[in-house]
Design a protein around this ligand. Structure first.
Ligand code: B12
Length: 260
């Protein structure tokens, strides 16, 4: 028996009209010729009904475009299967109470933005007291012992400190993705974590704007967290990992909506 297909087309003004909006930059100064180039570029992508809605100078010799166009393609949603991390979330007080009752010690996490990456806002959002989007960071949880090492931390140093602090989880943030530097650096972290005996023992989390759970798994991490992650997502994930490790929750237990 073949599964029911679920064909998707983009939704612009009405269902299945295929209208999309896209933005891109071309290395030419703003002019009518540049707009025509943008239009032909979209046509070369297979788009039709192309309308250049905005064209602005991005820098000397660069123009930024926003285009509306019709994509005459559809994809089968039913044929997609992708790993997804869904966490059974407890509130701040409930989670602290669960740690106190079942783990009976503070859960230790060590995080950093590693390699040459200076972007600390993401890891700060997860770890700092004030947190992110109305959600307290891990430093605020009395039953977490959170260490934020800041930016440009060498992988080897992160592994050393994680071992020294007897971390339950290591949080790696990667924001710069030019030339896939985030992947290279993440792989190097996993090498160091493996050498240092952390892999398989400590929860290894990767996060950043171009990170998703599938990529993190592919790179050798235990979980990946992307844009919009809240500290409480991370706190819940780490606590359940620790509970599984100490045998207080079935290994491979699935939480609400978690993929099998
Ligand atoms: C602020 C900023 C800076 C600041 C950083 C200050 C600081 N202390 O962090 C400064 C000015 C220093 C800076 C410098 C640079 N930047 Co900058 N920067 C930004 C900017 C505007 C915002 C990033 C940010 O703070 N986002 C907000 C946080 C909250 O979001 P987030 O990082 O995604 O984090 C969330 C999730 O991803 C997740 N998360 C993140 N990490 C982790 C980790 C774990 C373990 C978990 C669980 C979750 C998690 O949780 C967070 C909360 O939801 C972005 C553009 C943009 N609008 O995004 C460019 C941007 C990231 N920067 C960019 C670039 C290129 C640079 C520079 C290289 C510029 C230059 N030529 O010098 C340098 C970097 C130098 C270096 N060595 O790293 C590019 C990166 C392009 C790319 N594809 O790689 C961007 C996208 C701008 C652009 N469009 O070109 N930058």
């Amino acid at each position: 028996m073949t599964a029911q297909r679920q064909l998707l087309r983009a939704y612009g003004d009405r269902r299945d009209d295929g209208i999309i909006q896209l933005s891109f930059t071309l290395p030419v100064p703003l002019s009518e010729k540049a707009k025509e180039a943008a239009s032909r570029f979209c046509a070369a992508l297979g788009l039709t009904d192309v309308k250049v809605a905005a064209a602005e100078r991005a820098a000397d010799e660069y123009t930024f475009f926003i285009v509306y166009a019709r994509a005459n393609v559809s994809i089968d949603y039913a044929a997609i299967s992708t790993p997804e991390l869904v966490i059974k979330k407890l509130g701040f007080d409930e989670l602290n109470a669960l740690i106190e009752e079942k783990i009976a010690r503070r859960v230790v996490v060590v995080g950093a933005c590693t390699g040459t990456d200076t972007h600390t806002v993401g890891i700060d959002a997860i770890l700092n007291m004030k947190g992110f989007s109305g959600d307290y960071g891990l430093e605020r949880y009395p039953w977490f012992d959170a260490h934020n090492l800041g930016s440009q931390v060498p992988n080897v140093e992160l592994v050393r400190i994680a071992k020294e602090k007897k971390a339950d989880a290591v949080l790696v943030s990667q924001v710069v993705t030019q030339r896939d530097v985030h992947k290279d650096n993440s792989r190097q972290f996993i090498e160091e974590a493996t050498k240092g005996g952390l892999k398989g023992q400590v929860a290894l989390l990767l996060g950043g704007p171009r990170v998703d759970h599938a990529l993190a798994l592919e790179l050798g991490f235990d979980a990946g967290f992307g844009p919009g992650t809240k500290p409480s997502d991370v706190a819940n994930y780490v606590v359940h990992r620790v509970l599984q490790k100490i045998g207080k929750e079935a290994r491979g237990a699935h939480f609400e909506g978690e993929p099998s």
